[in-house]
Write a protein that binds this ligand. Structure first.
Ligand code: PLP
Length: 394
């Protein structure tokens, strides 16, 4: 790290743990450490802390505490939900057809793919528009008599677009089909009442909401058929065995309470920073394009493509200038692959390799945004100059 202040604009990847969350967690490492399944005072204190955390989360989601499952992360919540419902429904002879979108996180789409490739399920992947948004009518048209599960993310991690969850939930409910949403990115910025959203299963991750990494939440509506992929003790209503991670459970509940408590003021503040970033970049950098929906997007999320640039080159130069950002592509074999999200939105292969994601957070200031707006145009210009194949079209 350099001695100058780093400007961290990668809150969609992870957030710092809120000091108030750390404070709430601390006693549960050294003072109250009993296994919540025991019968002594230490155990009862741990069980009480879990119970309080479960009530807190349930109050925010507008559900019964019995419907809350604490998990190890957002990916695990998605896995339990999708695999659990698919297996239970097939075992009950209800069907083997699943519906999802092409812009889901890999925790969802790889789970769908495995169910289809290895376990004989079939899936319909309903296309999205150029903003990455799915049309509920297209979901309705994909439903078959043997459809048992629909999974559509609440908000996208790469482009920030928010999906029409409540509308999809209504049509799923009318047809008696279980509906799962990955709310990992939305949890700090959007309302989470599960009845207003019409969802049966909803996944949250701690480290995106200022709690630590390694803790998640899964909401499972009462009477939703679910055969847990895990076996072991009867923890978490038989859905997620394993001695409960008491400090982290206390932490995620406190974090959810804090983000949802400050949601409207933070959405306004962060939304203004995001708008300044978006307009500043689009106005000053020729050949820049916004990705994702221009208005129906997460309050902290700005994402772009820059013709003639390679994302890694942008990120490295920004990092050298003290700005920490992310792209949308994954480089696994030395050959950068464009993001599946951007290609599903119809962005051409080359352009999709130039994605930049800037996600602001609680500590981001107006001065940080002005610094980025001063530095980024020069970075893009330099990266383009170094690309021999680049010919400006503007
Ligand atoms: N779903 C979405 C939309 C995400 O952005 C992420 C993390 O980036 C996950 C799921 C996975 O969450 P976790 O890192 O807690 O497993």
């Amino acid at each position: 790290m350099s001695s100058t202040k780093e400007i961290y604009l990668d809150h969609a990847a992870s957030t710092p743990t809120d000091p108030q969350v750390v404070e709430a967690m601390l006693p549960y490492f050294t003072e109250i450490y009993g296994n919540a399944s025991g019968l002594h005072k230490q155990a009862r204190a741990s069980a009480r802390a879990i119970d309080e955390a479960r009530h807190k989360v349930a109050d925010i989601l507008g559900c019964s505490p019995k419907e809350i499952v604490f998990t190890a992360c957002g990916s695990e919540s998605d896995n339990i939900a999708i695999r659990g419902v698919a297996w239970a429904q097939r075992q009950a002879g209800k069907g083997h057809h699943l519906i999802t979108t092409p812009v889901e996180h890999h925790a969802v789409d790889h789970t769908f793919n495995q169910l289809c490739d290895k376990f004989g399920f079939e899936q319909t992947v309903v296309p999205v528009d150029r903003y990455g948004v799915v049309n509920p009518a297209d979901i309705a048209a994909a439903i078959r008599p043997e459809t048992v599960l629909i999974s559509v993310m609440y908000a996208n991690n790469e482009v920030g677009s928010i999906q029409p969850i409540a509308e999809i939930g209504t049509l799923a409910r009318e047809r008696g089909i279980a509906f799962h949403t990955d709310a990992v990115q939305a949890a700090a910025y959007e309302p989470l009442n599960v009845d207003s959203l019409n969802v049966d299963l909803l996944a949250i991750s701690g480290h995106k909401i200022y709690a630590p990494k390694g803790i998640g939440i899964l909401y499972v509506r009462k009477n939703t058929p679910l055969l847990s992929p895990f076996t072991g003790g009867s923890h978490e209503n038989n859905r997620r065995p394993g001695t409960e991670n008491v400090p982290y459970i206390v932490g995620i509940a406190r974090a959810l309470e804090l983000v949802q408590g400050h949601r409207s003021t933070e959405n306004e503040r962060q939304g203004a920073l995001r708008d300044r970033l978006m307009s500043g970049i689009l106005q000053t950098i020729p050949g820049s394009e916004l990705t994702g929906h221009p208005t129906r997007r997460l309050a902290n999320h700005a994402s772009f493509v820059f013709a003639g640039c390679e994302a890694d080159a942008i990120l490295m130069r920004l990092d050298m200038a003290g700005i920490e950002a992310a792209s949308g592509s994954a480089c696994t074999t030395g050959m950068p692959e464009p993001s599946h999200v951007l290609t599903a939105m119809g962005i051409p292969h080359e352009l999709a390799l130039s994605a930049l994601r800037l996600t602001v957070g609680r500590q981001t200031t107006e001065a940080d945004i002005e610094t980025v707006l001063n530095i980024l145009p020069g970075v893009i210009e330099k990266v383009r100059q170094l690309n021999p194949a680049y010919e400006p079209a503007f």
